[in-house]
Design a protein around this ligand. Sequence first.
Ligand code: ADP
Length: 548
Amino acid sequence: MLGLMQNWPMTVDKVIDHARDWHGGREVVSRSVEGPIVRTTYAQIHERAKRLSNALKALGVEQGDRVATLAWNTGRHIEAWYGIMGIGAVCHTLNPRLFAEQLCYIINHAEDRIIFTDLTFVPILKANLANIPTVKHIVVMTDEAGMKGVDLPGALCFETLIAQHGADCAWGGFDENSAAALCYTSGTTGHPKGVLYSHRSNFLHTLVTMGVDVLGISARDVVLPVVPMFHANAWGLALSCPAAGAKLVMPGQKLDGASVHELLETEGVTFSAAVPTVWLMLLTHLRETKGQLTTLKRVVIGGSAVPEAIVRGFGDEYGVDVTHAWGMTETSPLGTQATPNAAIAEMSEEAQLRFKLKQGRPPIMIHLKLENDAGDDLPHDGATFGKLKVRGPFVAAGYFRGDGGDILDDQGFFDTGDVATLDEHGYMQITDRAKDVIKSGGEWISTIEIENIAMGHPKAANAAVIGAYHPKWDERPLLLVQLKPGQDGTKDEFLAFLEGKIAKWWTPDDVVFVDDIPLGATGKIDKKLIRERMKDYVLPTAGAKVGA
Ligand code: ADP
């Protein structure tokens, strides 16, 4: 017997319809790429997105066609998203931090027909136009005045397209399982692979992440997504904020501590989300300038493990609550968040911190499990490491065009490539990426845990741990430290700092001071590059006799 409720396909155009109808006057404030602060509202965004949909149709875009964006977080970028997705085209977010060769590979693989770009990226596109033959039009997200500086024959002007087309355009009306958006993972091995979200998966992710134990977005919030729309969809904030009626503050291309701080204060931001490096920059700026945070209440940090020093810094010095989250492009992206459950909320602050530093527990619609290499389930005892697998309606079932083959196991779980523990409260802790974990004498050592402790050393600007070859143990940990400017450090003082905080046999065999710790396109430590740089390095202990 079927239920007797209305059929209402969950397509994301309904999110911005809702924002227009019930939060139409709520502001979206952007630091424009041209410089000035620009103010608009959800009602205006809705209308301009509709005009853009008509412009896309006039340019020949049909349902299922891929239309890309190469852009910072701004109101115009949101208009492009809804304009594209509303007519059933697929919004493909391109990450400008990728090398040109990878960008071209992705554009060709997706067969993008149109690219919306900010002024910033016109030169990259111009230099590579001959290598992206499927692209028929480039739309520069500026006005006619901005176009004056654009040296790209045939480029279209965003504001002119909007002015030329009416707002009368039907959105939706297709299956909720239709593709809505496409985002490629950086592909640490092989080529990047495309994750193809559906309207339904985006809608469900929006509903789940709005929940109080996840991002907890309300109509009273003022939200600044530092996390870019091109990196795992800004964790869904361009959908969850209009759905909730929260004011949005879009930082454009200026993500340094001073610029972010200015917007946080002038716009009265209550909630923000970013990767740890951004928060570290902000903390440094605040300390240097004796700045204050008068409205910010909560920040969510994910993408890489959050160091204890950040949680304590924001909490103790500025009264801002930091919540740790984990996810990946394949999980839309939010998979877990470390909000306390009832038992943890009753613990002392120090005891709660132990859980805050974990990546957290899954919300509804995310199912996690741990497995060993033989495929056996592992206990949730907080100590046993295993492969982290995930299943749910906003988790990828396969990559675009079948790349990577069948990615689900026989129970429908996706292997995240992360190694993790799960504890008795259901809190997951990432030990490492499977390819980074150090295998020493048959046992595993977590590089993330050592890094996070080392980063708490007052002289450390950044730290990374990799496995270095050892004749007896296969691999031993090597700690690389980038010191803060003007600091001197010794191996012994860093090893002494780790003592008692990690198991003795996890102690790095050596500490090397480096000028920089390279970060990849999504702001994470680029271990592949570090391993490449250190390929000729020999541990001082590696000369030890085998069996000694
Ligand atoms: P990539 O950076 O590889 O393109 P994602 O942005 O999708 O792709 O990254 C997902 C990966 O980032 C996860 O599988 C995990 O290894 C890592 N990650 C994400 N959040 C956290 C976190 N809070 N702590 C540790 N690692 C994290």
